[in-house]
Design a protein around this ligand. Structure first.
Ligand SMILES: C=C(O[C@@H]1C=C(C(=O)O)C=C[C@H]1O)C(=O)O
Length: 142
């Protein structure tokens, strides 16, 4: 039952433990120079696509981290960095979006959760080290 993976949509897959591979037909449909194309015919093809996507995700994480760092400009103390109510809202919104768009909710819950759980310590790290920098500059001879 794929309901549990997606949160709503259901895809059909053979349920046998030892199914012959590849089973089914390529399920990713896209247009290559206007020509309808499908993927994938091999695991290598899939892994190349996953590597490309991971590169894109890294670019997005870099952008997100820049905004998280910028948020420190509006936080006066290290204690005010973590805002649990906002974390909760970010996660809730992502889960709802996932269901609406058809992204597997299991993946969204874990990844957005991990992004929040790492963004807060990153932001706290920036705030802590800004303090060090300011103290260092204040203590330096002019
Ligand atoms: C960026 C902020 O700081 C923290 C990081 C958040 C995030 O990564 O989305 C959300 C809330 C805060 O815990 C913020 O307050 O919005």
């Amino acid at each position: 039952n794929t309901d549990a993976c997606y949160g709503s949509n259901v895809i059909l897959a053979p349920s046998a433990d030892h199914r012959p591979v590849p089973w089914g037909t390529p399920s990713i449909h896209f247009s290559l120079n206007g020509i309808p194309t499908t993927c994938c015919d091999s695991i290598e093809e899939i892994r190349t696509a996953l590597d490309d996507i991971d590169d894109e995700i890294l670019g997005l994480l870099n952008r997100r981290a820049a905004y998280v760092r910028e948020a420190t400009r509006f936080k006066s103390t290290r204690e005010s960095v973590n805002v649990p109510s906002r974390n909760e809202a970010v996660l809730k919104r992502a889960e709802q979006q996932a269901v609406d768009i058809g992204v597997p909710v299991t993946i969204v819950r874990a990844t957005i959760g991990a992004i929040l759980n790492s963004s807060v310590p990153f932001e706290q790290c920036i705030v802590s080290n800004l303090g060090v920098l300011i103290r260092f500059e204040a203590d330096s001879p002019v």
